[in-house]
Design a protein around this ligand. Structure first.
Ligand code: PHE
Length: 503
């Protein structure tokens, strides 16, 4: 019988009585583990060997962990330098201690924060004092680092190990170990004698030009064989979702808006009948610009009409806010807190001239808010802004539009909750059910623009409008539970590599 070289190697190195791992066979035969794995699967198919699979958890130091194992943990180096410079008796200037420690660059911050965390001492007003009681030789993280480094972390404290993993000094990974044993058929085949067949695993230019490929015996592909994962680039799930949103809205007859990320408060707030003393307009919520501090030009007549709406209201029984309104504030520049500023530019005729109903516009653009970051909030996020201008619109039209839009993403259970916005009446928040946690999460805000917004803009018919959160939609379509997994410095690369956008 003839078998390809790698298969013969596996068969000869395997044993009927002793379990051997592919790694052992690779070391013995001097062949690549991946080649042998492929060969082993082919032999198993023929019934010559049996393969057993074991999930192995491995634990290794990262490059940073290996460096610290050699040079010492940065906080320990800092502590030792602090002792040497006398910081156990009286506080010593930070510069002096850091200089004595030999620490440089980003490692200094790492040293300082862990130094404080482990109570090796205190840092106050630029001076560092060392805790005379602390014992750097008893540092449990250093001990576990050493244990992992020597490959025997079998009885280390798991919480200390977790800490090293969190610090990025050690990492856990999983791999499948394959163990082979010869079957009876395998033993018989070996005894009957096997020759190495000259099979070709790869078609080369030489084989092609020489014509030898005509006679060659090609090895079969095993499309089910495990192979190393190679990660190429791919479109970010958020971008993919954004592109899909654009396709859906264009399919629904919408045109796209664009405009400045930094805009005048006039377009971001005043045009929306947001009183100038509204809490969202304070520095708590807004990223203001100091340079340049104000917009060059605003359409004067429009500014006057907006100011009148704020002061006196619109229509016969309209009431204004009777609160202060200053044109200077309206001119101030800030990062837009919502993309509704674009809707204002378009509805007013400022962006592309006066528009006659019916019209439908949208944008999928970034908005910026000085929020506290958590599982559902980031400082910048994408809004799916949109509006429809037509005669006689109702809440039914609004709900129907959302139902149709979200159905394109397989989301058929959105819920509506009455809400308040200074610029829409009625207003509705939208909620969707998270596919993994089952929780209701807010996915958007909407309503019909008030007369106080539309009349100054010169719009005589109805306009329904909304701002939906792209990240929240992506959480529903990908199952991501934390917005920070999607983008930002904490993004989960594994998730981004594998996430599928369902629609
Ligand atoms: N600007 C609102 C927000 O950011 C969304 C919205 C737009 C609501 C238009 C109603 C009308 O939450």
């Amino acid at each position: 019988m003839q078998l390809p070289g790698p298969q013969l190697a596996v068969l000869e190195a395997a044993s009927a009585t002793e379990k051997r791992t592919i790694a052992q066979l690779a070391a013995e035969t001097d062949q690549e583990p991946t080649t042998l794995t492929g060969a082993a699967f082919e032999l198993a198919e023929e019934g010559f060997i049996e393969i057993e699979e074991r999930e192995e958890q491995s634990l290794d130091l990262t490059a940073e962990g290996r460096t610290y194992r050699e040079e010492g943990l940065p906080e320990l180096r800092l502590y030792r330098a602090a002792r040497e410079t006398g910081a156990a008796d009286a506080p010593v200037g930070m510069g002096e201690v850091i200089g004595a420690s030999g620490l440089e660059g980003g490692v200094v911050d790492i040293a300082l924060s862990n130094f404080a965390r482990k109570e090796y001492g205190k840092i106050e007003a630029g001076e560092l004092s060392a805790n005379p009681e602390a014992d750097p030789n008893g540092d449990n993280e250093a001990a576990v680092l050493e244990a992992v480094g020597t490959g025997d972390a079998s009885d280390v404290d798991p919480s200390v190990l977790d800490r090293l993993v969190d610090r990025g000094l050690a990492e856990r990974s999983r791999r499948t170990e394959r163990i082979v044993t010869l079957t009876e058929d395998g033993v018989t085949a070996l005894m009957e004698g096997i020759e190495a067949a000259d099979t070709v695993g790869r078609l080369t230019p030489e084989l092609l030009t020489s014509g030898e490929w005509r006679e060659a015996d090609f090895r079969e592909y095993d499309v089910e064989a495990d192979a190393d994962q190679v990660h190429g680039g791919r479109t970010h799930v958020l971008r993919e979702t954004a592109e899909r949103v654009k396709d859906v809205l264009v399919g629904m007859g919408f045109e796209e808006m664009d405009g400045p990320h930094v805009d005048a408060d006039f377009w971001i707030n005043d045009a929306l009948f947001m009183p100038q003393d509204h809490p969202a307009r304070t520095h708590w919520d807004r990223f203001a610009l100091s340079e340049p501090a104000e917009i060059g030009e605003l359409p004067e007549e429009l500014v006057e009409r907006v100011e009148t709406a704020h002061r006196e209201g619109v229509g016969e029984d309209g009431e204004g806010y009777h609160s202060p309104w200053s044109p200077e504030f309206a001119r101030q520049l800030a990062l837009r807190g919502h993309t509704t500023s674009l809707s204002m530019r378009y509805l007013s005729g400022e962006a592309i001239g006066d528009l006659e109903p019916p019209q439908r516009y949208f944008s999928v653009e970034k908005a910026y808010r000085n929020d506290a970051i958590d599982a559902t909030h980031l400082l910048e996020f994408f809004q799916i802004e949109g509006w429809v201008m037509a005669e006689d619109l109702s809440v039914r039209d609004l709900m129907g539009t959302f139902t149709e839009f979200y159905e394109h993403f397989g989301i058929t259970d959105i819920e509506f909750k009455p809400h308040y916005n200074p610029y829409t009446e009625p207003s509705f928040e939208l909620f969707g059910t998270h596919p993994v946690t089952g929780e209701l999460i807010e996915i958007g805000n909407s309503g019909l623009f008030r007369d106080e917004v539309l009349r100054p803009l010169g719009v005589d018919c109805d306009v329904m409008a909304w701002g939906l959160a792209l990240e929240r939609l992506a959480m529903l379509t990908t199952g991501a539970e934390d917005i920070r997994d999607l983008h930002g410095t904490l993004a989960d690369l594994d998730f981004l590599r594998n996430a599928e956008v369902s629609y």
